[in-house]
Design a protein around this ligand. Sequence first.
Ligand code: FAD
Length: 720
Amino acid sequence: MNSEESFFERDLVLIGAGHTNCLFLKMWAMKSNPSLRVTLINPDPISSYTGMLPALVAGLCAKSDAQINLFSLCRATGTRLIIDTVKKIDKKKSQIMCKTGRIVNFDLLSINIGSNSVPLINGFKKFGCSVRPLASFQERWENFLESINEKSSLVICVIGGGLASIELSFAMDIRLKETELEDFKIKIFESGKAFEKLSPNQQRYLKTKAKLRKIEIIENTTIKEVSNNGLVQKNGNLVHADFIISCIGPQPNDLFKKSKIENKDGYVCVDETLRVIGFQNAFAVGDCAHFPSEAVDKSGVYAVRQAPILHKNILKFLKNEQLIRFKPQSDYLKLIVYEDASAIFLRNGVAFSAKWVWSLKSFIDKKFITNFKKLSDMVTKDLENAQSNSQKMLCGGCGSKVGNVILESSLRKLSDPGSKHIVSEIGDDAAIIKFNSSFQALTTDHLRSFTKDVWLQSKITALHALGDIWAMGSNPEIALTNIIIPESSNEIQKRTIEEIIDGANSVFGAEGVKIVGGHTSLGKEIVIGFTLGGFSKKQPKTVDKACVGDQIILTKPLGSGVLLAGEMRFEGEGQHLKNLFDAMCQSQSSIAKVLSKVANSMTDITGFGLAGHLLNIVSKSNVGAKLFLDQVPVYPGAKNLIAKDIRSSIFENNYMYTEKMIIKTTANTDILFDPQTSGPLLATVPKDKVKGVIAAGEDFGFHCKVIGELTNGKPYIEVL
Ligand SMILES: Cc1cc2nc3c(=O)[nH]c(=O)nc-3n(C[C@H](O)[C@H](O)[C@H](O)COP(=O)(O)OP(=O)(O)OC[C@H]3O[C@@H](n4cnc5c(N)ncnc54)[C@H](O)[C@@H]3O)c2cc1C
């Protein structure tokens, strides 16, 4: 398995977490080539397993039974995960352009981006929902289910009359029967004949089954428009619809045409070894590829069967050996979810339904997902063994900060030569130097890696470091970089540093900060840091000016420490981590400017958690604080992980703050001691200014919350 100790020489980039690429990673983990850095780029943090999608839609299985958590898969296999969408591939430069604007270099590619189902029908993009990508469909289906509570009857229209649309319709029918709905209708619209690719016997069978379930199939009908009210047929008839789904069969992704890569009607042309024609260092697999033989349908079955060939051929490619051929079978077994615990069997023209078919389908599908889970379990066991050998797992980000108690006692030994320019005390967010009438804020921060995506890590570290400058009410202007990267080939080192600088620049550029220098060295693991300077004409915001009666405001939720700690242990949902990373990437400069005008004191919450940073304010300002626990915003998923006993490395040190708190500790109060990376700003604001802050926050995309108030008492925090 790839690890920090690997000496990387080349980059293999997997575009799309389709079935083949996911299976490839599983195989790769077992028999790896440590000189290859493997990267997976996918827009979502999960990959949906097509076999289980209908069961998930029907509510017959949990999300975790139907989806692969890509954070877990990538951690278990030592893969770099980049959550992004590839917009273009530059074959000549061997570079990939992503939606976020970042560039990823590669030496070898495996493209597995599936297909779309978005029809060229007026209004569809606005009012319709495509079944592909499967992950987004599932999310929209859940949102729709939530919205139907107020309705007593509804109509779902499915455009396209193939196998996928009937299976989806059966699944939706199962699920809707479980709701409070008094009445609902599912209608399938097909421009030609439904199930045309199947035998006449199979077509008849499926139509009879649809009738039994009151699913209407309307054939020879073209839909010309989709609106808020429903579908408009070619003859002008309007069919009312509450949810419009396109299941028109696979449509090509525009990536290959845009990238000028050889394609047939938008599908990338591959030879029998799965190598892209005219693109020596690229393979393409699954739905997105056009295979020379007619036998290959756009189906998950073929995508799965291509995985061992892709694995072998990538190994052979690296060794310069002759590649092997993929030999597709002409027909394959199709198993369709029909009703709870019964499925339809389709093969060689035969069609029937039975309970044992359901059992067979469940067995095959569960095995697929379970094999991925086993991989995480294996690595977890290794980790547990390492821990029992007393090598404690160390968190990344601010979770690995040295505890405050240790720091305070060490810093006592510092001498004070006295300088007329230094006007700050140790313990504030940044050092303040006064020159004539202006103030300079200076801070430094570095973070141990919490993701293998160094671009993302660099971006988050830049925002994390800026928090100190913003919290002082200062305007950041200059940055120096401090970078440690592992040893690797010169080319990989260059690419890594470029990604780090690019990630940082994407933040600093927007904030008007210039990188003016830095220091870079080789080491055991990636560490990224920034030293920043900011300027202001006004007296900086320090932590010692908070006043009794001030309201305590938090700009973002808490929970980054426990979510990142969970990720290291293969716990937590992929979507929760994606939400966290998105929030960590949100610049707080706008809200900091608002707060710096009205707050009496301000700080940013980092490693010492809410408790530690608030205690810093109350002790320096000599006031007390009341904290309303139920008002403290928490990231989705964080409480579940706390309930599972997951905590960050620094948590125990932070827990010592309870000595200065009036608190009845429970699992719920543990969030107060959770270390934050790129955490919220914490400000104390006079009561009459709070409304303005909250309104301005909403305008800038922050849900600022009042979580307590300052009192006339000892510098303690009382948790209510
Ligand atoms: C309702 C339904 C039921 C089905 N049931 C079955 C079945 O039972 N058996 C079967 O064999 N087939 C079934 N299919 C067909 C099957 O879903 C597809 O053939 C299969 O998913 C194709 O797999 P893939 O590996 O090519 O890509 P996918 O599984 O589609 O994965 C592609 C991945 O690439 C990502 N991606 C897309 N664009 C980009 C980009 N630009 N950059 C980065 N990443 C990108 C996507 O987000 C996705 O994660 C069904 C289809 C539907 C709609």
